[in-house]
Design a protein around this ligand. Structure first.
Ligand SMILES: Nc1nc2c(c(=O)[nH]1)N[C@H]1C(S)=C(S)[C@@H](COP(=O)(O)O)O[C@H]1N2
Ligand SMILES: [Mo]
Length: 174
């Protein structure tokens, strides 16, 4: 076939590889199965699953999402802390979550309902490191929901403090 068609075909065949991982996740209704232990499980009203009706996300899958930084005071530490992780809304979009409430569950059996709109109004992080150190399960890990408290006065309120779930391991979308 003419060379320009062959070039076109090659470009079309390669183009999925050039798409961002986020878009690649969304290309199918099923996620690849996790290779390692799940860091976070997302269940409920989601469009992408890989384990029953839930999405089991391992560290490798979380690493395909853009990493963000956020430095803020918290209600449980002294001085500003530098967090890193993924945006809660990026994670929810990656599994095609569609709901108004996200229930966050922690390893210590703490649970709280969070209005999903929080994650669109604010750059809320699912942090996995603080000051460059990975959050351990014995500490606030594997993930800590961190609000940009210093940047928005209205977040400096007990109503938001209780949504800062540490030892987060599961989100349920309704
Ligand atoms: N995993 C987990 N996250 C949690 C809590 C908890 O008990 N467990 N307490 C919440 C509450 S009620 C508040 S006010 C803030 C700060 O909690 P503290 O004041 O009890 O330290 O963290 C929130 N996140
Ligand atoms: Mo609290």
């Amino acid at each position: 076939m003419p060379i320009r068609y062959r070039l076109l075909m090659t470009t079309l065949m390669l183009s999925p590889l050039l798409l961002s991982p986020l878009i690649a996740w969304a290309a199918d209704s099923r996620l690849p199965p996790p290779e390692g232990d799940a860091v976070l499980v997302v269940a409920g009203d989601i469009g992408l699953t890989n384990h029953g009706d839930a999405a089991y996300l391992d560290a490798r899958m979380l690493a395909t999402l853009p990493r963000e930084r956020l430095t803020t005071h918290t209600s449980v530490t002294h001085g500003p802390q530098a967090f890193e992780g993924v945006l809660a809304r990026d994670l929810l979009e990656a599994v095609k979550a569609d709901g108004e409430t996200v229930t966050a569950l922690a390893l210590n059996d703490y649970r709280v309902e969070i209005p999903a709109v929080d994650f669109y109004d604010y750059d809320v992080l699912l942090a996995d490191t603080m000051n460059g150190e990975r959050l351990s399960r014995r500490g606030k890990g594997p993930l800590w929901i961190v609000y940009p408290r210093d940047a928005h006065a209205e977040l400096q309120d007990i109503r938001y403090d209780y949504r800062w779930v540490w030892q987060l391991y599961r989100l349920e979308v309704e």
